[in-house]
Design a protein around this ligand. Sequence first.
Ligand SMILES: CSC[C@@H](O)[C@@H](O)C(=O)COP(=O)(O)O
Length: 345
Amino acid sequence: MLNLPRTIEWVNGRVRLINQKLLPHRLEYIETSSWERVVKAIKDMEIRGAPAIGVAAAYAVALFAVNFPGENLEAFMKELERVAGVVKSARPTAVNLSWAVNRVVRVAMTATSVEEARKVILEEAVKIHREDEEANRRIGELGEQLISDGDTIITVCNAGSLATSYWGTATAPMYVAKEKGKNFRVIALETRPYLQGARLTAWELKMAGIDVVIATDNSIGILAMKEKIDLAITGADRITAQGYVANKLGTYPLALVARVHNIPFYVAAPSSSFDLNARGPEDIEIEVRSPDEVVYIAGQRITPEGVSAIYYAFDITPPQLVTGIITEKGIIYPPFEKNIRRTIG
Ligand SMILES: CSC[C@@H](O)[C@@H](O)C(=O)COP(=O)(O)O
């Protein structure tokens, strides 16, 4: 087992999650029985990462259910529909959010009483949580084979244990490789403006005893020339049926540079991150967040007054730049359209 705390847990009718905004300086938890507070945590990035917000969303619905007053099933189902809509709209790009909410709502449809609905919703949320951990472990076991002793691996954002139930997606192969005694080095791109690479990936890899350095996002070109990078692995927020990968800003430039420099570029993601109803980039909603998150650093304005920022929170990597997609069901290689359907669909 890793020397890492759990990102999110259901404890005695409450949700407990790491407040990721405070890392790496303070490891503090948010503990709540309010589903609205969980939605706020997702919106405000206190919990983030596609699989982790999927689990948080399922638990948010479970909190609503267990705290629903009264036993009127019709009133319950009506309110459940409203709550599900609010939870799903917390962040738009990660498909895991709506996937998890749809799962817990679907099981409630079969309930014949509010009591039963509460029970099946919570059971399903716990199942989603456990399945995510198992999927990530499997991703780790499959992806580990891509890592050789002495390698340098590059990653962006945090697709680590903090972004999931445990193990992470992009980091899972690293953790399994470390278990097997392989020595390698990881370059974590900082990932402006939230610095998930510098704050979170660096924190958890260091905790796990993996050699990690950070680099500025704009250094990817020179890094590829100077640093003998053997492998790039990133996470995903949504992968379409054709293999387009929406992931944190900076993933597409990394994939472009990797292609020019013959660095294998892998995406690691569980099947819950695939959206087979989406085909091309036009089918993916890219989250646009407040320009203030770019314009201010630690409360200090960095641009002249009156100059704002363009801030898409994710980008989309076309399938032709992706070497393979590591899933719990196997590593998917091109042709993606055919092989994604065969493996996931
Ligand atoms: C296993 S997490 C995969 C992705 O969600 C991750 O790479 C990412 O882009 C996270 O973005 P974030 O905005 O921090 O939620």
